[in-house]
Design a binder for this molecule. Structure first.
Ligand SMILES: Cc1cc2nc3c(=O)[nH]c(=O)nc-3n(C[C@H](O)[C@H](O)[C@H](O)COP(=O)(O)OP(=O)(O)OC[C@H]3O[C@@H](n4cnc5c(N)ncnc54)[C@H](O)[C@@H]3O)c2cc1C
Length: 541
């Protein structure tokens, strides 16, 4: 075991280090931006498809190993809460952007930073291994297959950032009798349009975000939809208190940090009782969730409640077995006829190109420090970006990972000893295992605000609240009680941004603009109304 990671001497001195960025999705683009911003790197990004944007580049056909969305996919987090730290979305953009609007935002970001020129398309990374002189230099050999010509080229890089995503390998459960079934079975990964389900009875398996999106969408045309779930779910709506985005209301440090003070189950109970159940009491579901809301991935859907009330969707327990023309649900005696079964049970993860021994998994523990760095490697020249499951938006945390990895590659930050990193990894796993329902991904579940603060503090970008308390009290109040926007991580530290304070203080204006097209002040309640609604709400609820 090494006690201190050694930054290769060459890396510290060089003015132009070659970094391979694997994948041209959001994380790949954010990595390129960070590397270019730092100024001492020569990044090359390999993207296996013919376009950038990853998940958010809509494709008519699904490809194994590339994340996919439906034509109707709308992002689950609002534009400001998921914004990039020095690139606020245009005020005209909708709060919950449809995929093409989000793609436009990512494109504008990439173009404004002039990083698209670093991407090599149709280039699939097939192998990443340690170079012959790795022990001394920390360099990597990256082999890339041209997907058009089939030719494989290898080259040596000073560092590697793996940004290939982890929601692209469909998980397909198998059920007794499945071979007998004569209807159609497909995973949401390949689901695009729903016309083919017109007048059919359809079973959707899984009550995560994709399952609910599929069930709701299909129920608009189908004869009936059955939503099969093993453990149920607490569902949040995008529309929060008074029509504001739910995450603008909830993702605030003073609220989110309640889980650092009180037991998670207690905070879950508060959240369910005071907020979620007021919208749709979880006891009204046929399959009552067997867990608290903060013990599973957040589930966002706006329409499931009304679809259940309208009888267009019926909730059912897990499938016990298939028959020739349908399924038998647990607890049912009779079979339910169904013309199609949509599997929405999520994704497994794999980085198939990584040389053996780089990413180790011990008894379900994925050994990655802060979900990024393999702790046992003697050099911190390889990091995985975006490989985490946050209770919140993914973009800002992934962007912070890019910024930190860049600082590490530049030799401006070093990692702790292997022993310390292993303790951190195991602590996260133990805490998550006792909190979340069992899953192969429990090592990579993170609490959004805590995780972002943790990443930012690694390279000096976490704002100093104590200093702001004395120097800028209104900003201090906004940072503690306002929505957690990523501009806060540009107030100080490397590549801080002069516009960060203003961006933080004008969040509400950009949220209101696409709806009101007016100055946000016109939406503020009078003092009297605020007091009245507070009193009335406390009496009613
Ligand atoms: C249906 C769906 C809905 C989602 N909704 C949200 C949401 O609302 N909010 C949110 O925060 N996140 C959401 N996500 C998660 C989403 O993955 C992230 O938003 C984000 O796009 C991840 O970016 P990424 O760059 O890490 O991965 P990806 O977007 O998956 O991009 C990875 C890129 O790497 C390329 N690639 C893969 N393998 C190789 C290889 N071997 N060589 C070269 N290139 C390769 C792929 O072609 C792809 O372009 C959703 C995911 C899905 C599938």
């Amino acid at each position: 075991m090494h006690e201190k990671l050694v930054i290769p001497k060459g890396l510290l001195d060089s003015t132009s280090q070659r970094i391979a960025v694997l994948g041209g999705g959001f994380a790949g683009i954010a990595s390129l931006v960070s590397l270019v911003e730092e100024g001492c790197f020569e990044p090359v990004c390999f993207e296996k498809t013919d376009n950038f944007g990853g998940t958010w580049c809509y494709r008519e056909k699904a490809t194994f190993g590339v994340a996919s969305i439906m034509p109707s996919t709308v992002i689950n987090h609002s534009k400001e809460i998921g914004a990039l730290s020095n690139f606020p979305p245009r005020k005209e953009y909708n709060n919950f952007m449809k995929h093409e609007e989000l793609y436009k935002y990512i494109t504008e970001f990439a173009k404004s930073k002039d990083v698209l020129k670093h991407i090599r398309f149709n280039s699939e990374v097939v192998e990443v291994k340690r170079s012959d002189d790795y022990e001394e230099t920390g360099k990597w050999v990256v082999s890339v297959r041209n997907t058009i010509s089939g030719i494989i080229d290898s080259d040596v890089y000073d560092g590697v950032l793996v940004c290939v995503g982890h929601m692209n390998r469909p998980k397909m459960p198998s059920y007794p009798g499945q071979d007998l079934y004569k209807g159609e079975i497909m995973h949401t990964h390949t689901l695009r349009t729903v016309e083919s389900f017109k007048d059919k009875t359809v079973v959707v398996v899984g009550m995560g975000c994709s399952g609910l999106d599929a069930a709701v969408e299909i129920s608009n045309v189908a004869k009936h939809v059955y939503l099969s779930t093993r453990s149920g779910a607490h569902v949040m709506k995008r529309v929060g208190f008074k029509g504001y985005p739910y995450d603008y209301i909830l993702l605030r440090p003073y609220l989110y940090r309640l889980i650092d003070i009180f037991p998670v189950d207690f905070v879950s109970w508060l959240f369910e009782s005071l907020y979620l159940d007021a919208q749709f009491d979880h006891r009204l579901y046929t399959v009552v969730p067997d867990h608290h809301v903060l013990s599973k991935d957040p589930i966002i859907n706006d329409h499931i409640g009304s679809k259940l009330l309208a009888g267009q969707i019926t909730q059912k327990y897990d499938i016990e077995r298939f028959t020739e023309d349908g399924v038998i649900f647990k607890g049912d005696h009779a079979a339910t006829k169904a013309g199609a079964v949509i599997i929405a049970t999520g994704y497994t993860w794999k980085f198939p190109f990584l040389e053996e021994g780089i990413l180790n998994v011990d008894n379900d523990i994925i050994n990655l420090y802060k979900c990024m760095f393999p702790p046992h490697l003697p050099h911190s020249t390889l990091a995985i970006i975006g490989f985490f499951l946050p209770f919140g938006p993914g973009f800002p945390a992934a962007e912070l990972q890019c910024r930190w990895a860049t600082q590490v590659l530049a030799g401006k930050c070093s990692l702790p000893s292997e022993k310390e990193m292993m303790v951190d990894i195991q602590d996260r796993y133990q805490i998550n295992s006792s909190r979340y329902t069992p899953s192969e991904k429990n090592s990579i579940r993170v609490d959004y605000i805590q995780f972002c603060d943790d990443l930012a503090s690694q390279f000096g970008a976490k704002p100093s609240l104590l200093k702001l308390f004395f120097t800028d009290f209104s900003l201090f109040l906004t940072l503690v009680f306002g929505p957690n926007v990523s501009y806060r991580y540009r107030l100080q530290g490397p590549h801080s941004w002069g516009g960060a304070r203003d961006a933080i203080m004008t969040v509400k204006q950009r949220i209101l603009y696409p709806m009101t097209k007016r100055d946000s002040e016109t939406v503020n309640d009078s003092f009297l109304k605020r007091v009245f609604t507070k009193v009335a709400a406390s009496i009613l609820f």
